[in-house]
Design a protein around this ligand. Structure first.
Ligand SMILES: [Fe+2]
Length: 229
């Protein structure tokens, strides 16, 4: 069965001040039908078509990206908490000045030639992907009335079956902009919002001189991560 979209745990269809919302969510109720091979099969030979990259966006030495070094430990699990090994996880975020490595980012924030911007990783046996990178900055959303996005990291997950497909965002704990972000707060249930926020972990779990953030990506079920563009 297609899971109904719960407006408490997934973004509402239309959010004031966030004009794109209406275009990003279905305007009609979902059609319920039994799962068949269309849902229960998955993308074949994904790693060949989408080859993994290095698990490091920060670089080293003279080629080190500007910004606070962080180490992300994201675990991909299913609705029962079982790891999803082999999941292909794409991760992207802006640099420490709030600039994306993307032609659509027209802001005048400076690019960082040493920041690589995106990574594609394969989850290990425990469903874990790890990425050494720098903390992204907050940035102003163009053409809005002073809306600033809090620092966040985008995730796209391809699991073994099409039902495991998930696109979402991870936020940092304690950032005051979290309380005002239209995308995060389009999710009404505080518990569901809390699942979008990473946890600061002991630094012993990462490489030297990096703050460690742990995050769990639940790809489906009642505790699924809210879907975000
Ligand atoms: Fe973003």
């Amino acid at each position: 069965m297609v899971e109904p979209r719960d407006p408490r745990t997934q973004s509402e269809g239309v959010v004031a001040g966030y004009a794109h919302t209406a275009r990003r969510w279905p305007s009609q109720p979902l059609v319920v039908r039994p799962h068949d091979t269309g849902e229960l099969s998955g993308p074949a030979k994904l790693e060949r078509r989408l080859p993994p990259s290095k698990a490091d966006l920060a670089g080293r030495g003279a080629n080190r990206a500007l910004g606070q070094l962080i180490h992300l430990r994201a675990r991909v699990v299913d609705e029962d908490g079982a790891p999803v090994p082999g999941a292909l996880v794409e991760i992207w975020h802006c640099n420490s000045a709030g600039k994306y490595l993307h032609p659509n980012d027209a802001s005048d924030s400076p690019p960082d030639p040493n920041f690589h911007g995106n990574a594609r990783l394969i989850a290990g046996d425990g469903g874990l992907v790890e990425l050494r990178t720098i903390k992204p900055a907050a940035y102003a959303v163009p053409d809005t009335d002073g809306w600033w996005r809090p620092p966040h990291v985008h995730f796209s997950v391809w699991g073994r079956v099409w039902l495991s497909r998930l696109v979402t965002q991870m936020f940092f704990p304690g950032d005051p902009l979290n309380d005002h972000d239209a995308i995060l707060n389009a999710v009404r249930d505080p518990e569901a919002r809390a699942r979008c926020i990473a946890r600061l972990a002991p630094t012993t779990r990462g490489p030297a001189n990096a703050l460690v953030y742990e995050y769990q990506l639940v790809v489906r079920g009642r505790k699924a991560a809210p879907r975000m563009p």
